[in-house]
Design a protein around this ligand. Structure first.
Ligand code: FES
Ligand code: FES
Length: 168
């Protein structure tokens, strides 16, 4: 059994402690927005914010997040209530195939939370671990700058399906 705070809600999960956080999220908590890419900590598709830091969860044992605060893509907003960062993504037509975009938004959110007005170099540095096969990098940078203008960081809401309790 392990406990952590997920998108603002306390959860307990009964899983093997060496299970990667990505699979706890997708298979046990049924939050499918975070994607599996390389499985080796190299592409950023599986990024979640763990205690403020964009973190590769395909190689992170769930034991490492005991009592920590985790934000997934589901915690940033939803189609009915986009965060300003997500709206900037839409306004700048960032996604192409979309596969990497959950991880991109998570890393951008972590960046803006810690640095509301990043320079180009700081954006490049913060986003360098998130790979996009479609080459959306220029529009990602435009969207981050647009969101920064509005002083946006992570906007966490509580998905109604997430409640405290044991999840097998
Ligand atoms: S799937 Fe985790 S870094 Fe690629
Ligand atoms: S939008 Fe296709 S991989 Fe990034």
């Amino acid at each position: 059994m392990i406990s952590f705070v997920l998108n603002g809600t306390s959860v307990d999960v009964d899983v093997s402690l060496d299970t990667p956080l990505l699979w706890v999220m997708r298979d046990h908590l049924k939050l499918k927005g975070t994607k599996f890419g390389c499985g080796m900590g190299l592409c950023g598709a599986c990024s979640m914010i763990v205690d403020g830091v964009s973190t590769r969860t395909c190689i992170l044992p769930v034991a490492a997040v005991a009592n920590k605060h985790i934000t997934t893509i589901e915690g940033l907003g939803n189609p009915q209530m986009l965060s300003t960062l997500q709206q900037a993504w839409v306004d700048n037509s960032v996604p192409q195939c979309g596969y990497c975009q959950s991880g991109q938004l998570i890393s951008a959110s972590a960046l803006l939370n810690s640095n509301p007005n990043p320079s180009d170099a700081q954006i490049d540095d913060a986003m360098s671990g998130n790979i996009c096969r479609c080459g959306t990098y220029p529009n990602i940078k435009k969207a981050i700058k647009a969101a920064a203008t509005n002083q946006v960081g992570v906007q966490t809401f509580n998905p109604s399906e997430l409640t405290s309790g044991v999840v097998a």
